[in-house]
Design a protein around this ligand. Sequence first.
Ligand code: 5GP
Length: 195
Amino acid sequence: MNYLKKRILKDGEVYPNNVLKVDSFLNHQIDPNVMNEIERDLFDYFKRQPITKILTIEASGIAPAIMVANRFNVPMLFAKKQQPSTMARDDRYQTLVHSYTKDVTSEVMVSKKYLNAEDHVLIIDDFLANGEAARGLVELVRQAGATVAGVGIIIEKSFQPGRQQLEDAGVDVYSICRIKSLENGRVEFMEEEGE
Ligand code: 5GP
């Protein structure tokens, strides 16, 4: 069993509506040892690709994304959920994303300055559930005419449709940890090769 699964079993808390709370090491307090493992794992999977940029969405994707960006030695860009007064409408790529945990739809955006057609973009996020956040990020990359190198996820809730939707859109999805079920407050992982 990998380090992340062990930590989820030890410290993860299952909330109503299939929400897994991992505030003690990922979403609020952040454990740098877990971050090091995440960086190693995601780098190993995507290292053969000519990545030029890491893209995530604020807020909880930022910590893992900067770790991975550091390893690839490329910039990390995060999509903003609120328009800064200094970013004109014409100067940005934008799309709508529905938040699974907050149940609100927001416009997410990046400046056109930081994504261009030559970029090979690795998208990183903490969770994959319905795939809205990742779909929105793929959309921003495609608006720029850039290439999506793949989507790297820390915790995938495989009983929700996010992975399937991304794969249907031709995107390579890699998740460090895949959860089969959160029923009855219990975390059950997908069985993987070698386990
Ligand atoms: P999706 O857009 O794939 O439906 O959901 C992904 C986003 O929702 C992630 O960026 C993450 O912040 C949040 N999210 C979805 N499910 C969970 C969950 O079970 N626990 C936590 N902590 N965040 C989640």
